[in-house]
Design a protein around this ligand. Structure first.
Ligand SMILES: [Zn+2]
Length: 261
């Protein structure tokens, strides 16, 4: 009688234990059955989700905005390019133009303005340029900068525009493809006559007093004409485009052009 009353009083516990062992056995066999009818057979209780790294980045406090820093000044850091200090691997000429590395932007020196645009050159070219401008001024000749350093991106826009109008071969006769302009180096400059702006970037510039003066004197300051009439590069005659060859670095950069151009 004692056993019976014990079984009665513990009936619930016994049923519970029996069910539990069945659940364990079934789960172990891979069937994943569960006693509770409300639970789906394959349901797995959801784990607390962890944010992935992108979400963490989004949630982390945003850096304070720096409105004083123009976006363009961040570009060199975002898209590293070969600089004069780290020469780019040898590349072959393209459409008659030789490859040139882009100057380190932070080293460039302002030499003047053309319209609203600031023109820059590499330091030693900038010094020689200022000396040449002063010497010309003493002879009542006004030499002005039109276009000095030009980035590869700017060249890409220029070249694309010219190709649209003249086709690939035609464009290359007057504009170098991006990565192939002497202007990338900071050692080339398009020159104008301050008293004859209507001659800017035209072959008629050869008639200006600025050109006449430079043809005689620019050499003393380390400047020479890049594209003479009938040059081997098949670039049109550009009396306005001069390169600086008065430093070792500049000479090294233009060695091929001077031999083969
Ligand atoms: Zn030029």
């Amino acid at each position: 009688m004692r056993i019976l009353s014990w079984l009665r009083s513990h009936a619930l516990l016994i049923v519970a234990l029996t069910s539990f062992s069945w659940v364990i056995a079934l789960n172990y066999s891979g069937l994943h059955l569960s006693v509770g009818a409300s639970v789906e057979p394959t349901a797995i209780s959801p784990l607390p989700t962890r944010p992935n790294s992108a979400q963490l980045l989004l949630k982390s406090p945003a850096p304070a905005p720096t409105p004083s820093t123009p976006a363009s000044s961040l570009l060199p850091g975002l898209r590293p390019r070969p600089s004069l200090n780290t020469p780019s691997p040898k590349a072959s000429p393209k459409l008659g133009h030789f490859p040139y590395p882009q100057a380190e932007l932070t080293t460039l020196v302002v030499v003047g303005k053309y319209g609203g645009r600031v023109e820059k050159l590499a330091p030693e070219a900038a010094i020689a340029w200022q000396q040449m401008v002063s010497a010309a001024k003493a002879s009542k000749v006004s030499i002005v900068p039109i276009s000095g350093f030009r980035s590869i991106d700017e060249q890409a826009m220029l070249f694309r525009d010219r190709v649209r109008r003249r086709g690939l071969e035609g464009a290359a006769r007057s504009v170098a493809p991006p990565g192939y302009s002497e202007h990338h180096t900071g050692y080339a400059i398009d020159v104008g006559d301050g008293r004859a702006p209507y001659l800017d970037i035209s072959q008629a510039f050869a008639r200006s007093s600025a050109f006449q003066w430079m043809a005689k004197n620019a050499k003393k300051f380390g400047f020479e004409l890049s594209f003479r009439p009938n040059n081997a590069q098949r670039v049109i005659y550009e009396p306005w485009h001069w390169r600086f060859v008065g430093s070792e670095q500049a000479l090294r950069l233009f060695a091929t052009a001077r031999e083969q151009g």
